[in-house]
Design a protein around this ligand. Structure first.
Ligand SMILES: [Zn+2]
Length: 225
């Protein structure tokens, strides 16, 4: 399915607060982050179901990382700033812009979760292999850098899961530990979400046509070898 172009493509408001130390290879990237509300509504208007997720805060004290902790307030939160605000998890995701506006007016700092397996799947790749793939100039669709330095490679929805993925790379020792598939029933955080260690950003935004899963896997194979 061809995705509609991002509204206002090319002019992103406000400066991105993400640290740039990891972006030396990509210093020409000038993506600027919209607010979580703007981003969530724009994703919903594309038909992508979104859900509000917890965010890093300094308000709770006793932070896990650089004074930051999860907005859920649990001192022992095992997944800080990465889990949904609403009970019901990813099943609550909505592509109704009115609902999305209601959520983000209530939780304006909420991270933006994108339900996968609907219009897009995501291949979640670790840092060195993703770096290698980008250096090789592989033909990719939308690509986001995560707040932990991993790479999210977007593609058309498939019925793949982690087991299929790891079987596909069974001939490459250790490859299964480096790559994960986010499909039906799952979600990813999307830009401009922030976790304790940094912000998500688009390296190639959603105006790029997502490849099908087989094409993405064939491009990925050399980077994992
Ligand atoms: Zn939490």
């Amino acid at each position: 399915m061809a995705l509609r172009r991002w509204k206002g493509s090319g002019t992103w408001p406000d400066a991105d607060q993400a640290p740039r130390r990891r972006l030396t290879l990509f210093h020409s990237v000038t993506w600027r982050a919209p607010s979580p509300l703007e981003a969530a509504v724009a994703y919903a208007e594309r038909g992508l179901p979104v859900l509000p997720c917890h965010w890093p805060t300094t308000e709770r004290g006793g932070g896990h990382w650089a004074g930051l902790s999860c907005s859920c307030g649990h001192p022992a939160c095992s997944n800080p700033a990465r889990h949904p605000v609403l009970p019901g998890d990813v099943a609550r995701a909505s592509a109704d812009p009115r609902q999305v506006r209601r959520w983000w007016r209530r939780y304006p700092q909420a991270n933006v979760g994108l339900a996968t397996g609907v219009l897009l799947d995501v291949l979640d790749l670790d840092e060195p292999q993703g770096d290698r793939l980008m250096r090789a100039g592989a033909a990719l669709g939308p690509v986001a850098r995560t707040g932990t330095g991993r790479w999210h490679l977007y593609c058309a929805p498939s019925r793949l899961d982690d087991r299929d993925l790891h079987q596909a790379f069974a001939s490459l020792p250790g490859a299964g530990a480096r790559v994960w598939w986010r499909g039906p029933g799952s979600f990813v955080l999307a830009p401009p979400s922030r976790v304790l260690t940094g912000s998500f950003r688009w390296v190639r935004d959603l105006s790029h046509q997502p490849p099908d899963a087989a094409t993405l896997l064939s491009v990925l194979m050399p980077a994992l070898g």
